[in-house]
Design a protein around this ligand. Structure first.
Ligand SMILES: C[S@@+](CC[C@H](N)C(=O)[O-])C[C@H]1O[C@@H](n2cnc3c(N)ncnc32)[C@H](O)[C@@H]1O
Length: 240
């Protein structure tokens, strides 16, 4: 399994797609073990922010196995669409939606964040959970979210980040270099995929650096909400 690498012959996008296809079966289990299930709490935080906005239609980009899309399905009178480039991740999500009988409010389809198949100004809410750092062209992905959002629409992003506090940063670094590779080697057949996820988290811009990128794309009223000592962050912003 290749780890996504810009210098490789195939694009980062097709490598990311293959990588998530290959880990789709164990993704939910490993996500729970690696974050001590905190990811579920952060995704509920997104739902709580979203509920107050009373969206009528929402798009969850890089939906993967659809946790966030499924949560948003609980908002009354809200139609939710989840898109992802990995068909295998979507298939796991579709099974969950069928089991939970949420098919009327939540639909999953194949789609690329950087070239969305939706008209301008369509969604009241766009969410992206642990997806942006995998985009081949980050700004293009954020521009596409901006395009499909209504005027006054809201974008909520959940992404890994590096703690700013020096002690927490050291702890985070030891934790990610020891615990996560051990868990990946026990539970996953594709260890290199988890090395990629760790490396990409280390180099991805977070906090005010990410907020500057959001601003440059046109987003306003940006809120930065660090979670678990800053190891992940929720960003909330508006299309103005
Ligand atoms: C770490 S998973 C996150 C899944 C889910 N949102 C969650 O929070 O658990 C990242 C997902 O982003 C998807 N992805 C990466 N690049 C994408 C793109 N350009 N367009 C759509 N999905 C993409 C991957 O296929 C993968 O399912």
């Amino acid at each position: 399994m290749l780890k996504p690498n810009q210098k490789s012959k195939s694009s980062k996008k097709s490598q990311v797609e293959k990588m998530f296809d290959s880990i789709s079966f164990e993704y939910d289990l490993l996500n729970g073990i690696m974050t001590f299930n905190s990811h579920k709490r952060w995704k509920k935080n997104i739902l709580n922010i979203a509920k107050k906005l009373k969206p009528k239609n929402a798009l969850d980009i890089a939906t993967g196995t659809a946790d966030i899309a499924i949560n948003l399905g609980a908002i009354s009178n809200c139609k939710v669409i989840g898109v992802d480039i990995s068909e295998q991740m979507l298939n796991v999500g579709r099974e969950k939606i069928t089991k939970m009988k949420l098919g009327k409010s939540v639909r999953l389809e194949s789609g690329d964040a950087e070239n969305l198949n939706f008209k301008d100004n369509y969604f009241d809410l766009v969410t992206i959970g642990f997806g942006v750092r995998n985009f081949q062209d980050l700004e293009q992905g954020l521009r596409e979210s901006f395009r499909v959002l209504n005027k006054e629409g809201t974008l909520i992003i959940l992404e890994t980040s590096i703690p700013e506090n020096i002690i927490m940063k050291l702890f985070y670094s030891i934790f990610t270099r020891t615990y996560i590779p051990v868990v990946a080697s026990i539970f996953s057949k594709d260890k290199s995929a988890y090395n990629y996820l760790l490396n990409s988290a280390e180099f991805f811009p977070s906090g005010s650096r990410f907020s500057d990128i959001l601003k440059s794309v046109g987003y306003a009223n940006i809120l930065i909400k660090p979670k678990l000592f800053g190891s992940s962050t929720i960003y909330v912003c508006k299309k103005k």
